[in-house]
Ligand binder design. Structure first.
Ligand code: CO
Length: 136
């Protein structure tokens, strides 16, 4: 079951500059950075309960976020729904015809399990589903 809007992710060309903006200019609490090798991204999280802002930047200059930045120079990248049973939600949505970018959920930031729905299944919006570490 989907239980919350876990985060909204913004792709940024300069991670340090964007961290300073969200920290100093917007005054959001900063939860630190984390490299997610499997997604080839560096991330920065700003908790804004009950949700978070996630900044994403290519790790080592390559991967899907690098391609996104080349095309658009930054922007709203995806939204993420939190699930309390990701496998059940994936099965339910697959049955309804949703296409996913992977066959199975895999480890993401904060050791959560994550999977992405193809944007063509959601009117052009990239949607992530995650299940926090303590729930799986
Ligand atoms: Co995300």
């Amino acid at each position: 079951m989907i239980t919350a809007l876990d985060h909204i992710a913004v792709a940024v060309p300069d991670l340090q500059k964007a961290i300073e903006r969200f920290k100093a200019d917007f005054g959001l609490p900063f939860d630190g950075t984390e490299d997610v090798a499997s997604a080839k991204t560096s991330t920065a999280f700003f908790p804004l309960p009950p949700t978070n802002i996630e900044l994403i930047h290519p790790l080592n200059g390559e991967g899907p976020v690098a391609k996104y930045l080349e095309k658009r120079g930054g922007g709203l990248h995806h939204l993420c729904f939190r699930s309390d049973d990701i496998h059940a939600d994936v099965a339910r949505l697959k049955e309804k015809g949703y296409e996913f970018l992977a066959d199975e959920p895999s480890p993401g930031a904060h050791n959560s399990l994550v999977i992405f729905i193809h944007p063509k299944s959601c009117d052009g919006v990239l949607v992530e589903i995650n299940q926090p570490a303590q729930d799986h």
